[in-house]
Design a protein around this ligand. Structure first.
Ligand code: ADP
Ligand code: MG
Length: 733
């Protein structure tokens, strides 16, 4: 069969052979199929190629579009203007001269041009003050003499491939690769097997896979390239969503869960002792949770809500519903400080509840590191005998020898990565409790449909009333004196301050400030007359707890800290957050840190402190994103992060920007999630295709969960052939 030939070694393609095959293998292309699916990274539109004199004429007459000129390098020249350097490359074609200039990345771009090399230069030209046609930071492709002839003489769109160093050293350039691929297609294209069922192809008006491959390599129009891309993206998202849907189905339909309806007045009594009224949004999500819990199918729900939106109380009420049914509930926090804080706050509320309902006392157990053996055994005993209704601890609760008598609900607080793996661990313990995951950071919709697609989602989209929006500022280090004065003035009003530093100890390599050394210094200088506390990750648990209690009781005014206070901590009287070396922090981390303030009745202030020159340069970088070296982009990213913080308070907005900056894999651990990585899809832009693909995939799995219908055979086969690693929790076939 022809199709099996696609799995043959690339060496059988004309002009490849065993030696070049080895070179291709170095960039991951071993089979003929690999080669056929090695698509161009960009295209050059031959229809916009014109001669330089024509381009000059158009431009001087006000033409304002992109065009391409092919020319030979005449000279390169770097000029200095004070500190700045400008690279200017002069080129000529048969009809005249034109030039290109670079203001950024001069060193890098200079090495790319040598005299007599031929380039296709694309961009929007202008007329310089020397009356010369000039491109600023244009796109460029080096081409051969032959190619420059081809360009003028054919009507094609020219594909450009990523040519690695290895390929280059084996004398494979764009032209030769194009020839190799053309010959591979001539001989093997007919063997490409369709990977989507016909009914989907016609329903969504997609190109066939054969046609897609053809149009990617040798497109007839830019429109066709787009159609080919759409087909590839759709397919990728469709299979992802098939996996998501079958995981969800597998969990929901197959497993026996517990029905946990509201039984007594426990919940309404609890609402009476709450010091505030729930927001409408909290009520809405509680309704969704209630319905889920009452259903005997296991709940598997993600609760999203911006920092400070009041997720804890929602989870506590959910836990009380489990308790109301005589089940236990567990709350897992990401840090011990947070587990301890939850235990304290929840105890206080439960005490009030127990006072008005003395006949049904709700009790809690706390399990964290650093407890004495005796204490720990006591807590374990409370859990095993169900003397504790609500169990609070860190994620260690999963792994340890913790035996629940009767577990009905698991709440995971502030955790991105609770996923199938952890759930499987719970189920191994022989229980299928309801699960409520609360996310620390709002998750963009595209991600909640993919990485979290097997969860149902509830969103709290409203803040408790009377919250005053936090003010955020970006300041240079030279302003620190003023900032400390400001801290003191807030302090005289009875408010407290967090000061955050990136690392615990001074490191020679990174010039970061260390919480400890600044603590020593500030205590002796600016803050010698006020009470300063220090907390960091290397302290023993008890020490951390002491400090937090002192801060809570206002025995400390200024708390100097590393990021250990990042998530969850709730101290409403703290209204100033100073983040030093703010450019070193990730965006969601900054947002989380800022979320520690703005919880009380006073105006809160978040001050991001960074290097002075950095404050000045953020805007400049923002304007030149396309031309930056990777080192500059790193710098630029921190500018975007800082500017996003100053501009936006909304966690969803922040999360969208974070997704753009970092990519989904990095943020939410797609790798760990057991989902495939994307080759064609960009979640930041392909949301619409995702929605279509998801709908179709879920429809199919609902009708035919095991894909036994012959209509779905193509899907089943492709899944097993290409996604077997991702099917562990999905149970197809
Ligand atoms: P997060 O969603 O970040 O976990 P928390 O649950 O810590 O937020 O809640 C933040 C603060 O808001 C807490 O002090 C909590 O008591 C308070 N809070 C929660 N819900 C309300 C409400 N409906 N009205 C007023 N304050 C509330
Ligand atoms: Mg919280």
């Amino acid at each position: 069969m022809l199709s099996s030939k696609l799995n043959d070694s690339i060496q059988y393609v004309k002009s490849v052979g065993p030696k070049r095959a080895k070179v291709f293998a170095q960039i991951g292309l071993s089979t003929i199929r690999d080669l056929i699916f090695y698509f161009p990274s960009r295209y050059l539109d031959r229809t916009t190629i014109i001669k330089s004199n024509k381009a000059f004429e158009l431009t001087i007459n006000g033409f304002d579009g992109e065009l391409t000129i092919i020319g030979k390098v005449v000279s390169t020249d770097v000029r200095r203007f004070g500190k700045k350097e400008i690279l200017s490359v002069s080129l000529r074609d048969a009809d005249g001269f034109f030039s290109c200039v670079w203001f950024q990345g001069v060193k890098f771009f200079k090495t790319r041009f040598e005299t007599n090399q031929i380039f296709a230069i694309s961009g929007k030209p202008t007329i310089s003050k020397y009356n010369e046609l000039q491109f600023t930071h244009p796109d460029f492709d080096q081409i051969t003499e032959d190619e420059s002839q081809v360009f003028y003489n054919t009507g094609k769109i020219i594909p450009f491939y990523r040519i690695s160093k290895e390929l280059k050293s084996s004398n494979i350039g764009d032209l030769s690769l194009r020839k190799i691929i053309l010959s591979a297609l001539d001989n093997y294209q007919s063997g490409i097997e369709e990977t989507l069922p016909d009914f989907i192809i016609s329903k969504f008006n997609l190109l066939s896979l054969k046609e897609t491959v053809q149009q990617k390599h040798f497109p007839e129009s830019f429109e066709n390239i787009k159609k080919a891309d759409e087909r590839l993206k759709f397919e990728e998202l469709f299979y992802l969503e098939i996996i998501v849907a079958s995981r969800k189905f597998n969990y929901k339909e197959k497993l026996e869960g517990i029905s946990l309806p509201i039984k007594t007045k426990l919940i309404s009594n609890f609402l009476k002792v709450l010091p505030f009224e729930l927001t409408n949004s909290q009520k809405d999500v509680l309704h969704e949770i209630r319905v889920d819990m009452a259903n005997p199918k296991p709940m598997n729900r993600l609760l999203q809500g911006d920092v400070g939106s009041g997720k804890t109380i929602v989870s506590l009420i959910s836990m009380l519903i489990a308790v109301d049914n005589n089940y236990q509930a567990v709350l897992m926090a990401p840090t011990e400080i947070l587990a301890d804080q939850h235990a304290k706050n929840i105890s206080a509320l439960l005490e009030k509840l127990n006072n008005i309902v003395p006949e049904r006392k709700v009790s809690i157990a706390l399990l964290i590191g650093g407890q004495s053996k005796k204490e720990r055994n006591h807590q374990l005993d409370l859990i095993a005998t169900q003397q504790a209704d609500i169990v609070i601890g860190t994620h260690a609760l999963f792994e340890e020898e913790v035996q629940f008598k009767n577990l009905g609900l698991v709440v995971i607080d502030e955790q991105h990565r609770f996923g199938v793996v952890q759930r499987a661990m719970l189920m191994k313990k022989g229980v299928t409790p309801d699960v409520l995951v609360m996310s620390a950071t709002p998750i963009p919709r595209t991600l909640s449909m993919t990485v979290y697609g097997d969860l149902d989602v509830s969103v709290i989209n409203e803040m408790p009333k009377n919250r005053i929006p936090i003010k955020t500022y970006l300041r240079g280090e030279s302003k620190l004196h003023d900032i400390y004065t400001f801290v003191k003035s807030e302090l005289h009003k009875g408010n407290q301050t967090f000061i955050v530093y990136p690392l615990v100890e001074e490191s020679d390599k990174l010039e970061l400030k260390a919480a400890t050394s600044y603590y020593d210094e500030l205590k002796e200088t600016y803050f010698n007359d006020i009470r300063v506390g220090l907390i960091h990750g290397r302290m023993k648990w008890r020490e951390k707890e002491d400090i937090m209690i002192q801060f809570q009781k206002k025995e400390i005014d200024v708390l100097i800290s590393t990021t250990v206070i990042e998530v969850g901590i709730d101290i409403p009287s703290a209204n100033v957050m100073i983040i030093n070396d703010a450019h070193r922090f990730g965006l969601s981390q900054l947002h989380q840190l800022r979320g520690r303030i703005g919880r009380g009745t006073e105006q809160s202030h978040c001050i991001l402190v960074t290097k002075d020159e950095f404050v000045a340069s953020t805007e400049r970088y923002a304007r030149n994103l396309d031309y930056l070296s990777s080192a500059q982009i790193e710098k630029f990213k921190s500018s975007v992060r800082l500017q996003a913080m100053v501009k936006y308070l909304d966690g969803f907005k922040i999360a969208e920007i974070d997704l753009k900056l970092r990519g989904p894999g990095d943020i939410f651990g797609i790798q760990q999630s057991g989902f495939p990585e994307f080759k064609y899809v960009d979640l930041t832009t392909d949301g619409e295709i995702l929605i279509e693909a998801k709908k179709e995939a879920f429809r199919i799995i609902e009708q035919d969960p095991h894909l036994r219908n012959p209509k779905h055979e193509v899907i089943r086969k492709h899944l097993i052939d290409h996604y077997s690693n991702n099917l562990k929790y999905a149970k197809i076939a």
